[in-house]
Design a protein around this ligand. Structure first.
Ligand SMILES: [Zn+2]
Ligand SMILES: [Zn+2]
Length: 233
């Protein structure tokens, strides 16, 4: 069994995954993107609250020389927007990363190279994505869950493609048709948005049409969340 990285959730089950997905599907956008983002924020909370002195966390911050750019920005947002997290917690972790960077720079010229390991939060996101995709693919075969999925915003294209090989063959046809329907509707909305924006057309835009350009951005690329989505404290 794979080693669990410090700061991650307890071992999840299919039943729990169904509850979390049901919740995510009531919200805007791709539920899988949302589940991954929740895991990323929870990891940041756990690390900053409880694990800033944890040797394993410090070792991973030293190996990776801190977080990648995107995850560093997320950590900054969490600290800036949630007053309960102290900046000193970030300082404690980064003291290790900065000291390690200095050590590596003191090597002989020919030994200075970029050998940072994967950002620990990228690893959490990747593992969460793999695990949740597997759960979601299984859950789609349940008629009640399927109905909830159909009524939700559905997946982004990258997640549709990543779970496709895992979806049971008996639900593949309707899974694909559902996604094709969403894309066809999006295409119609994008065209209507352009047509109705013309100066000689005096027809009101529907909400779906006026926001279709935003949907196209997340539908094809995956969701960006511009501020923390989890509440705590
Ligand atoms: Zn997604
Ligand atoms: Zn990262």
């Amino acid at each position: 069994m794979k080693k669990k990285r410090r700061g991650q959730d307890k071992e999840p089950t299919l039943g729990l995954a169904a509850v979390y997905f049901a919740r995510a599907m009531q919200k805007h956008g791709c539920p899988l993107c949302r589940r991954i983002r929740e895991a990323e924020e929870r990891w940041i909370w756990n690390v900053l609250y409880e694990l800033t002195g944890d040797p394993e966390v410090h070792r991973s911050f030293a190996d990776s020389l801190g977080l990648c750019r995107g995850h560093a920005a997320l950590m900054a947002q969490v600290v800036e927007e949630r007053e309960l997290v102290s900046p000193a917690s970030v300082a404690r972790l980064y003291e290790t990363a900065v000291a390690e960077a200095l050590t590596r720079l003191s090597r002989p010229h020919e030994k200075i190279r970029d050998e940072r390991e994967e950002c620990p939060l990228c690893e959490v996101a990747r593992e969460t994505g793999e695990r949740e995709s597997w759960f979601l693919a299984k859950l789609l075969a349940d008629p009640e869950f399927w109905a909830a999925y159909e009524g939700s915003d559905g997946l982004c294209l990258p997640h549709f493609l990543s779970i496709w090989p895992k979806v049971p063959s008996r639900v593949r046809a309707k899974f694909r048709e559902d996604f094709q329907r969403r894309l066809s509707q999006l295409l119609r909305n994008l065209r209507e948005l352009q047509r109705k924006e013309r100066f000689d057309v005096d027809e009101p835009l529907t909400l779906e049409e006026s926001t279709s350009w935003q949907e196209a951005l997340w539908r094809l690329a995956g969701m960006s969340f511009f501020s923390p989505i989890l509440k705590r404290g």
